[in-house]
Design a protein around this ligand. Structure first.
Ligand code: 4DW
Ligand code: GAR
Length: 202
């Protein structure tokens, strides 16, 4: 079957983008990265994309009067590139309801906590402060509510007595790189059915 064309939105390092690029280097993987979009011109992920021969575009949110026009510019670029799926990979701008609804069921995010725990910013710090013994990460479909939406993949890691935010984040990030390509493969391969809040993949 034809590989699904994917647009990846980033704001920074792009290590999750790299995990998706690496997975898609296998011709049997059901998705290919067609476009990488960043709201920051200096995002390191843009260099990762260029190195892999993937088209990039920068949309600086500061150059737009409102969220809707910024989102509309990105939306047009994704559609012009023939994207059928969008992956948020450390993309830090809140997307408007109109953009999210336009990609409903076709947009994924990775979040460094076991959702629905620790939504929002600095979830690894939130996990340490809450004293949990198990932390992790979540791949989910994006809905207009932040860090919400049906869950496709989760992975857990232990929280160690010696952990600080950096150590825990690094342990979680390793698992992010493992499960984000798995979640995208499920969606691109057509294996996902939504029933209420549940994403069924069997
Ligand atoms: C997320 C949630 C809030 C902010 C940044 C990221 C999580 C992932 C995400 C990105 N864009 C999204 C999501 C999401 O889950 N749902 C939607 N869009 N609809 C956040 O508060 N960002 C602020 C800016 C931060 C910055 O520029 O550094 C903001 O005002 O957008
Ligand atoms: C990752 O840890 C990702 O889970 C997180 O930003 C980091 C991006 O790293 N995303 C969020 O917190 C979204 N709420 P990367 O640029 O190296 O992929």
């Amino acid at each position: 079957m034809a590989r699904k064309r994917v647009g990846v939105l980033i704001s920074g390092s792009g290590s999750n983008l790299q995990a998706l690029i690496d997975a898609a280097s296998d011709p049997a993987y059901p998705a290919e990265i067609a476009l990488v979009v960043s709201n920051k011109a200096d995002a390191f992920g843009l260099q990762r994309a260029a190195k892999a021969g993937i088209a990039t575009q920068v949309f600086d949110h500061k150059g737009y009067g409102d969220r809707e026009s910024f989102d509309a510019a990105m939306d047009a670029a994704l559609r012009a590139a023939g994207c059928e799926i969008v992956c948020l990979a450390g993309f830090m701008r809140i997307l408007s309801r109109g953009f999210v609804e336009g990609w409903a069921g076709r947009m994924l995010n990775i979040h460094p906590s076991l959702l629905p725990s620790f939504k929002g910013l600095h979830p690894q710090r939130q996990a340490l402060e809450a004293g949990v013994k198990v932390a992790g990460c979540t791949v989910h479909l994006v809905t207009p509510d932040l860090d919400d939406g049906p869950i496709l993949e989760q992975a857990t890691v232990p929280v160690l007595d010696s952990d600080d935010e950096a150590a825990l984040s690094a342990r979680i990030l390793e698992q992010e790189h493992r499960i984000y390509p798995k979640g995208l493969a499920l969606l691109a391969g057509g294996a996902v059915r939504i029933e209420g809040r549940r994403a069924l993949t069997g």
